[in-house]
Design a protein around this ligand. Structure first.
Ligand code: ATP
Length: 137
């Protein structure tokens, strides 16, 4: 068996995913991180994005809304604010959330909480990308 690293993704509600994997690619607050087995220990913040999980079966995408990642040589723990596998994502809901947030971001109104609108946009985009349904219309 090739060298593996255990990945555990936990959200406040549940364990989302736990599997021995070959590599994980995530978007951290400091940029993209590629994590292989025996990676040096680290802790980083996560931004909304699809995580790319490489296993013997191929590549899987998992939408993560933010949180933290802790890496040890044999184990990666992701504490996600929310995380969904593609089959758990309601694409219609994510598209509506995306359209709503985009309209807020683009509105020339002073009463829009721009950080909140942008965060909602990024969460929805991560969900659409994880289901390969994101299109920049
Ligand atoms: P919405 O505006 O559609 O509620 P949101 O980004 O505000 O989206 P969150 O606050 O990030 O939603 O998530 C709240 C809960 O709803 C979480 O449990 C999350 O996993 C779930 N969730 C959010 N959007 C979707 C979706 N498109 N499909 C499935 N579950 C979702």
């Amino acid at each position: 068996m090739a060298n593996k690293i255990k990945l555990e993704i936990v959200s406040p509600q549940r364990v989302v995913y736990t599997t021995d994997i070959n590599m994980l690619i995530v978007r951290s607050t400091d940029g993209e991180l590629g994590i292989l087995p025996n990676h040096a220990p680290l802790i980083a913040g996560l931004v909304p994005a699809p995580m790319r999980v490489l296993t013997d079966e191929g590549e899987h995408l998992i939408a993560v809304s933010g949180g933290f990642i802790e890496v040890q040589p044999k184990k990666i723990t992701v504490l996600a604010t929310n995380a969904e596998l593609p089959e758990q994502i309601d694409v219609d809901r994510a598209q509506k959330a995306y359209d709503r947030a985009l309209a807020r971001v683009n509105a020339e109104k002073t009463d829009v909480d721009m950080n909140r609108a942008q965060a909602a946009l990024n969460r929805a985009k991560a969900r659409l990308m994880a289901t390969n349904k994101f299109s920049n219309k």
